[in-house]
Design a protein. Structure first.
Length: 277
């Protein structure tokens, strides 16, 4: 794995780059308040067959925080960053695996800037219509990240708030914590993202309402839904399988929002779909 930085649309993005440089490319994009390192387990598995690119979204992880949060923390700008990233990497075509927000970016890009460049799309517990109550829950906790004196306390918080991810080993919880922490000037630790990224929900309130884009898609799509997800409802999940690209849908037991893509069973689902003829 290589750690790299690129200047995209005037902003510095950090990404990790896995696998052979000449391999078929998979972009693996994380969720709203997370970082690209969440994709480490999936990327490590897929890197035997693919080149896997895992960006930190603007305002998350090691990427730059936006100086114009009200304008740039939105799906359209994230898709612009993705296009610039792929252009600079010399990637003409790719597959896309996105968890939550990362899947929404893929949907928007596949309908716009990256139309015909994204060959296969995997949406992890995300769709073109989201449950409002779940969206408020995520916005409320993400907009006011807590701070703790120790990393151990931060890990305990992550274990609580991300319990819907399903099973993670102790080592995976520790890795999730260590790859998404920053220290504040007073010495406390907090999740590694810009709290202003929730301006997306204020200045772009309909950003995740994307049925028209969904209905225009014609590429193969796999949708994974956590069995207990409160964000992607069963009704929307069913509709995604019956309109637009008529996605293949798989329910992941023992998870809510969103499956962590950290087990051999989940890796196998993604890998088989990406390798299908």
């Amino acid at each position: 794995m290589q750690s790299r930085y690129l200047r995209c649309a005037g902003r510095e993005l950090h990404l990790t780059d896995w696998g052979a440089p000449d391999g078929e490319v998979v972009v693996a994009w994380h969720g709203l308040a997370r970082t690209g390192r969440d994709m480490d387990p999936l990327a490590q598995h897929l890197s035997a067959r693919f080149r896997v690119i895992c960006p930190d979204t603007l305002g998350r992880g090691l990427s730059q925080w936006s100086p114009r949060p009200e304008a740039e923390y939105c799906l359209d700008f994230y898709a612009e960053l993705a296009e610039s990233m792929l252009d600079q990497l010399g990637v003409e075509r790719c597959h896309w695996v996105g968890t939550s927000m990362g899947g929404a970016i893929g949907l928007v890009a596949a309908d716009g800037r990256l139309r015909h460049r994204i060959q296969r799309l995997v949406l992890n517990d995300i769709g073109p219509e989201l449950e409002p109550a779940a969206l408020r829950r995520i916005r409320d906790y993400a907009g006011a990240p807590p701070a703790f004196a120790t990393l151990t306390e931060l890990e305990a918080y992550f274990r609580q708030v991300y319990a819907p991810y399903g099973w993670l080993s102790d080592a995976q919880w520790r890795s999730l914590t260590e790859t998404s922490v920053r220290r504040l000037p007073d010495g406390r630790v907090t999740p590694h993202y810009d709290p202003a990224m929730v301006m997306q929900f204020v200045h772009h309130p309909d950003d995740y309402a994307r049925w028209p884009a969904w209905d225009r898609l014609s590429l193969p799509v796999l949708v994974l839904r956590g069995a207990d997800s409160d964000l992607l409802t069963p009704a929307v999940f069913d509709a995604m399988r019956n309109r637009g690209p008529r996605a293949v849908g798989v329910t992941i037991e023992g998870c809510g929002h969103a499956p962590a893509l950290n087990t051999p069973e989940q890796w196998g689902l993604v890998e088989r779909f990406l390798m299908a003829a």
